[in-house]
Design a protein around this ligand. Structure first.
Ligand code: MN3
Length: 224
């Protein structure tokens, strides 16, 4: 089965995985993001929620040997190739795996507080200033109804930066945009520590953003 490989960008490790999909270890200890993101939440979120998405994605793809050579990026970019009875499971659990993998990698203990270099310049150019980017991103995250994600993405054609509001486990469109930053606003991401106070969780997020990783993703997306 031939796959048009150049059509898909692989912005993260999980996007390049093929069946059987695996849960990678976090690139830091579970308590490394304290006090902003607590150890217990991170453990349950990674070893509980994320692991379950990987397990259910594998169960769905196990039924379809013809899909087992496709990368996760290819599967999510061509969901119509997935037989209808398994499509929702692949969309939800595959999207969950991809988004969580990116989320863990755009977090870091004691990172730089603002983006530098070309990404820093691009954010200043597109939004006016770093704060003029951060405010609407936080606003979209705070207002998002029910479960979902908020991402900063770069469009490959226009080179524009966009704040993208994603429902459930929707992913940033494969092939035409690359996600540089993502925030999980499902209740499971913050409920143990912050309960219903999602805005406090969003404020805490800005203390642990791995801007160096976002800068690398931006450079690799070929954006200027
Ligand atoms: Mn989550």
């Amino acid at each position: 089965m031939s796959v048009p490989k150049t059509q898909f960008v692989a912005p993260s490790g999980a996007g390049r995985q093929v069946y059987p999909f695996v849960l990678e270890d976090l690139p830091y200890a579970y308590d490394a993001l304290e006090p902003h993101f607590d150890q217990k939440t991170l453990q349950v979120h990674h070893r509980g929620h994320h692991a379950t998405y990987v397990k259910k994605l594998n169960e769905a793809i196990a039924k379809h040997p013809e899909l087992q050579q496709l990368t996760l990026d290819a599967l999510l970019g061509q969901l119509d190739r997935v037989p209808a009875p398994s499509r929702t499971a692949v969309k939800n659990n595959g999207g969950g795996h991809l988004n969580h993998d990116l989320f863990w990698n755009v977090l870091a203990p004691a990172p730089a507080r603002q983006p530098q270099g070309e990404l820093g310049d691009a954010i200043a150019r597109h939004f006016g200033s770093f704060d003029d980017f951060r405010r609407p991103f936080s606003g979209v995250a705070a207002k998002h109804f029910a479960s979902g994600w908020v991402a900063l993405a770069v469009d490959h054609g226009s080179r524009k930066l966009e704040i993208v509001d994603l429902k459930d486990h929707e992913v940033v469109t494969r092939g035409t945009r690359t996600a540089l930053l993502i925030l999980d606003v499902w209740e499971h991401a913050y409920y143990l520590k912050y309960q219903n106070r999602r805005p406090e969780f969003i404020d805490a997020f800005w203390n642990v953003v791995n801007w160096a990783h976002a800068e690398e993703l931006f450079a690799r997306a070929g954006a200027r």
